[in-house]
Structures are given as structure tokens and as C-alpha cells.
Write a new protein. Structure first.
Length: 95
């Protein structure tokens, strides 16, 4: 992932931690500001997590392509095509 996405994910986690603090909750304007920023970043982080999950599935299925059982290879190849298509579409959402 790009440095920009990594920065966004880190900021999202930081905001989540801040929103849990009692002093932030008591400061209504700060709480609203952080909550709005959190809401703006959430769709990006959701897509990022989906891409990470799909990339993991691609790796797992590529390992299964090395299995000696032809049926497992066939299923892995079929699933790999589907996952790679989903991964392509998820990556397009970042653009």
C-alpha cells in the first residue's frame, strides 16, 4: 500500500484511541471534530482492510495450487480467479 494509505490507517487508529478518552468525550467540540474525521476516514480504512484480506486469500490459494491433489488445485484456481477479480475491483476504489 502507498504511504498515504498507511498514514490514513494510522490516523484512523489514533482517532479511535482518542475517542475512547474521557477528556475528549467531555470536550464536545473536540469529540465532534474527531468523530467527523473518523467518519470521513472509515470508508478508506474499510477498503484497505478488504484489500488486505483479499491479498491474504490470494496468497493462501496460490499455496494450494502446489497441492498434489488435482481437485484441490482445480478449486484453488477457480477461487483464485474470483478473489483476484474482487481484489482488482477493491484496488480500483482507491483511485
Amino acid at each position: 500500500m502507498s504511504d498515504k494509505i498507511v498514514t490514513i490507517v494510522a490516523r484512523f487508529k489514533e482517532i479511535e484511541n482518542e475517542l475512547l478518552k474521557e477528556d475528549v468525550f467531555k470536550d464536545t467540540s473536540l469529540y465532534i471534530k474527531l468523530n467527523k474525521e473518523h467518519s470521513n476516514l472509515e470508508p478508506i480504512v474499510t477498503i484497505y482492510k478488504e484489500v488486505e484480506r483479499l491479498e491474504s486469500e490470494v496468497r493462501d490459494n496460490k499455496e494450494l495450487l502446489e497441492d498434489p491433489d488435482p481437485e484441490i488445485k482445480r478449486l484453488a484456481k477457480s477461487e483464485l480467479n474470483t478473489i483476484e477479480e474482487k481484489l482488482f475491483l477493491a484496488n480500483q476504489e482507491f483511485r
